[in-house]
Design a protein around this ligand. Structure first.
Ligand SMILES: NC(=O)c1ccc[n+]([C@@H]2O[C@H](COP(=O)([O-])OP(=O)(O)OC[C@H]3O[C@@H](n4cnc5c(N)ncnc54)[C@H](O)[C@@H]3O)[C@@H](O)[C@H]2O)c1
Length: 251
């Protein structure tokens, strides 16, 4: 098992999408996983299932990643239980669709905070432990939208996700000397039950026609890229952004 004994925090890990998919994959590869999410109950339910089915230890933590005190508490609880943090997956994110001409400041702040500020807060909270142990793997979730833009009211989301790429590059330069890697994944369309509830099926049928591989992705497609970046296979990767989009975008 490639991650035997490693301690991983995954944010936004209790939903139907990438975060939970990555949590399962990390546990199946041997890691003990902290299932962190803002939802008041699901982190515990998902952690219990992971424990029961993989035999690895898992800790559910309720954490709104836009709140510094909650992020610090998530890391404190991780260190109390497991002694350290080896891997951080900054997965939690959010979006609200509004054309810029109508965009209220509170919507801008919400989208920037849940994507970009949260990534800053979580990185800052784990770094002291990673620097002390001279080991750390951080993977930030950007989006392929940064390469092509969007006409659907996603200016703040695109700005936040592009900001995450910038954060990744400069943070890599700050911490690589401590044997810490900071990389990004830019997913294309990754289907989950939640997306299917908010958009009509025709929207995805049309979208899939624009994807060279002819299909949307699944959380396991992203989990595979995460595994590459956090395992020894990706040992010389740092500051990079992987486009995982079935050929829909290129870096
Ligand atoms: N699904 C896609 O097509 C797609 C494409 C590109 C990028 N992404 C990015 O990938 C990541 C995962 O997206 P997903 O759609 O797979 O969903 P997901 O299921 O992985 O994540 C959603 C979870 O995040 C939690 N969450 C929301 N706000 C939070 C907050 N403030 N604090 C803590 N938890 C919070 C929700 O409770 C939910 O459980 C996001 O950053 C998203 O922007 C997704």
């Amino acid at each position: 098992m490639r991650l035997e004994g490693k301690i991983a925090i995954v944010t936004g890990a209790a939903g139907a999408g990438i975060g939970q998919g990555v949590s399962w994959r990390l546990a199946r590869e041997g890691a003990n996983v902290v299932v962190s999410d803002a939802h008041p109950k699901r982190p515990f339910e998902v952690a219990d299932k992971i424990k029961a089915e993989t035999g690895k230890d898992a800790l559910g933590v309720v954490c709104d990643v836009t709140k510094k005190d909650q992020v610090d508490n998530m890391v404190k609880k991780t260190i109390e239980k497991f002694g350290r943090v080896d891997i951080l997956i900054n997965n939690a994110g959010g979006n609200k669709l509004e054309q810029l001409v109508d965009l209220d400041e509170d919507v801008w702040d919400f989208v920037i905070d849940v994507n970009l500020k949260a990534t800053y807060l979580c990185c800052k909270a784990v770094l002291p432990s990673m620097i002390e142990q001279k080991y750390g793997k951080i993977v930030n979730l950007s989006s392929s939208i940064i390469y092509v833009g969007s006409e659907d009211g996603e200016v703040p989301y695109t700005a936040a996700k592009a900001g995450i790429v910038g954060l990744t590059r400069s943070l890599c330069r700050e911490v690589a000397k401590h044997n810490i890697s900071v990389n990004c994944i830019a997913p294309g369309l990754i289907m989950n039950e939640f997306l299917l509830k908010i958009y009509p099926k025709e929207y995805f049928d049309d979208f899939e026609k624009t994807i060279p591989m002819g299909r949307s992705g699944e959380p396991s497609d992203i989990a595979g890229a995460v595994m590459f970046l956090v395992s020894d296979d990706g040992s010389y990767m740092n500051g990079q952004t992987l486009s995982v989009s079935g050929g829909w975008t290129f870096n």
